[in-house]
Design a protein around this ligand. Structure first.
Ligand code: NAD
Length: 248
């Protein structure tokens, strides 16, 4: 079996199942204008004093909150607030409505799956659209954080932080359990737009037990042998095709 498939073949496998789970990463939102980390125009290839995983770590947030927020507002929040869901987000929400897709497991923090209308979403790394004071837990909007001067401060004087999982922090236990369970129970697992190097999230696909593990990615990923099918290209190529087929 040649595992490299074209857009129509991948579409057929997905539309012929009633138990699909989607596992995605930053590459799913590049077509909405949000840079990922590892593409040529991703954040790793922009010149900063430190790599993104240092600037988005718990230690950096604690020791250098002003620098953390300078980077985070400019490179994460601004693009997120200027973006709209793309064909992949929209098609996934449609597949869920049709009863084909059972869950979206995402490493993204941009809320685009919510905005596209997906309901069952396990956002492993949290959301930039939720923010709270580390002292009194009062909640704040993303706009409040973006428009604050330097570090956003609560009425009580505490620092406000995004409800995202910074490097060095633990994932939420309940979200992990639900993600693993959805993956274990799926017939088709689509893995898309992720370099599969950020752990523990990347390890979750090892829980898949079926024989329709699909990779949709622009570039190669580690341990490609484990995939049953692969499409190398933009996720939007496949999901625009799915949208066309669903509407015909
Ligand atoms: P990554 O940057 O390490 O890898 C992205 C992968 O997606 C690459 O392999 C790239 O080739 C591929 N890709 C890029 N555009 C694509 C497209 N249109 N179609 C298909 N594939 C495409 O991202 P990661 O594996 O998700 O890990 C980075 C970490 O940073 C994650 O925790 C992620 O949540 C976070 N992050 C999130 C956002 C966001 O919320 N949009 C943006 C940047 C980083």
């Amino acid at each position: 079996m040649n595992k490299i498939k074209n857009v129509d073949e991948i579409t057929d496998i997905i539309l012929n199942s009633e138990n699909v789970v989607f596992f995605g990463g930053a590459g799913i939102s590049t077509e909405s204008g949000i840079p990922d980390f590892r593409s040529v125009d991703g954040l790793y290839n922009m010149q900063y004093k430190f790599p993104p995983e240092v600037m988005l770590s718990a230690t950096f947030f604690k020791n250098e909150p002003k620098e953390f927020y300078r980077f985070y507002k400019d490179k994460c929040l601004k693009p997120m607030l200027n973006s709209e869901p793309n064909a992949t987000h929209i098609a996934l929400a449609e597949l869920e409505k049709k009863g084909i897709l059972k869950a979206v497991v995402t490493q993204n923090i941009d809320d685009l799956h919510y905005r596209a209308g997906s309901k069952i979403i396990y956002d492993l790394h949290g959301s930039s659209f939720r923010n709270y004071c580390i002292k009194c837990k009062k909640e704040y909007s993303i706009e409040y954080v973006l428009n604050s001067k330097d570090v956003p401060i609560c009425d009580c004087g505490g620092i406000i932080r995004p409800d995202i999982v910074l490097y060095e922090e633990r994932l939420n236990d309940e979200t992990v359990e639900k993600s693993i369970n959805a993956i274990k129970c799926s017939d088709v697992l689509i893995v898309a737009g992720t370099s599969l190097v950020v752990y523990p999230a990347a390890g979750f696909i090892n829980y898949y037990q079926g024989n329709k593990l699909i990779l949709i990615n622009k570039t190669e990923v580690p341990n490609e042998d484990r995939f049953n099918y692969a499409y190398y290209g933009k996720a939007g190529d496949v999901f625009k095709n799915i949208l066309n087929r669903l509407s015909s």
